[in-house]
Write a new protein. Structure first.
Length: 323
């Protein structure tokens, strides 16, 4: 807490860029919105930078916060803070080149390598928004209803609607405080899960049709191709949450979504039910990382080239942990 207060004092005479990771999720956007608002409440000039646009389904949580996705050189003299980024590569090439020195890194990924001048990293936290919420409350940084909504959003999404093992008494108690500050759980749930587009449902239908079970039912893989995007009129952001479907199958220890990128390479998302499965270590073999039960990676091969290598790696990984 003392370190955090000292950093805030140093920022009071600076302009600040709060940076999130490429292809942002609810925890990333929630962290950016909340931290920018927190800094502004203290009289600090701050802006949110992200190389990727805010996903359509999260735009309603941005409110009055300005997000910039281009012309980053206009902010080269800003002090850089990253949120929800396990390593500097996650902010994207353009921002990485512009901000090689990060003032503060706030994150909850177990694979975080403490790349900043100051690092507040707690791998046991359910979400980066949980860390930020506690920092704000302990240091009496103002939390209005919009900030509370953003913080609750990040925790709700990264705990899988409070279903993952990271959901504990402390998390629920913290969320109760956020509700007291003005967060509206039913409104958040409705916007996240009850306003699906028909196109996204049709993409989900295509994805579910590709599910393949491997390794005696311990591994389930689904694919998303560029053709599927074109057929349904959707984009990569519409795949959010799809990997949870193979994860929910009885007996599956590792669930994988393999997405074909426009250049033919692959992006993968991994999920597990048990912490001992450590999908972050499996993802690391393919230039990725993340959490023990949720990780991702990118790999410069086609789906057909990648698929057998991934099955081989997953088989050895499960054998090494006795599954």
């Amino acid at each position: 807490m003392n370190k955090f207060l000292n950093i805030i004092e140093e920022l009071k005479n600076k302009k600040v860029a709060v940076i999130g990771h490429i292809r942002p999720d609810g925890d990333c956007i929630g962290s950016q919105v909340a931290f920018v608002r927190g800094l502004k409440a203290l009289g600090i000039d701050a802006i949110a930078l992200n190389q990727s646009p805010v996903p359509k389904f999260l735009l309603c949580f941005v409110e009055d916060i300005l997000f910039k996705h281009e012309n980053f050189s206009d902010y080269k003299d800003y002090a850089a803070i990253t949120v929800d980024c396990s390593d500097l590569l996650r902010i994207g090439t353009d921002l990485e080149i512009l901000f090689p020195n990060i003032k503060l890194n706030i994150d909850h990924h177990i694979s975080n390598n403490n790349y900043a001048e100051n690092n507040i990293v707690d791998a046991k936290a359910s979400a980066t928004c949980e860390i930020i919420a506690n920092l704000f409350i302990e240091n009496k940084i103002p939390i209005d209803s919009i900030t509370a909504q953003a913080l609750y959003l990040g925790i709700a999404t990264d705990t899988g609607q409070f279903c993952y093992s990271t959901t504990n008494a402390q998390v629920l108690s913290l969320c109760a405080k956020l509700v007291e500050f003005g967060a509206k759980p039913s409104e958040i749930a409705n916007k996240l899960y009850e306003e699906e587009s028909l196109e996204r449902i049709l993409l989900l239908k295509e994805f579910l049709g590709t599910l393949q079970v491997e390794l005696m039912g311990k591994l389930c893989i689904g694919k998303i191709t560029q053709k599927m995007f074109q057929l349904t009129g959707t984009s990569k952001e519409d795949t959010e949450g799809f990997v949870d479907y193979p994860r929910s199958i009885k007996g599956v220890e590792i669930a994988a979504l393999i997405e074909e990128r426009a250049d033919g390479s692959v992006k993968g998302s991994l999920r597990a039910k048990q912490e001992k499965v450590r999908v972050d270590l499996l993802a690391k073999q393919f230039n990725g990382g993340g959490h023990v039960c949720a990780a991702g990676f990118s790999f410069e091969e086609t789906i057909d080239q990648f698929y057998p290598k991934f099955i081989k790696a997953a088989k050895k990984h499960l054998e090494d942990i006795g599954l």
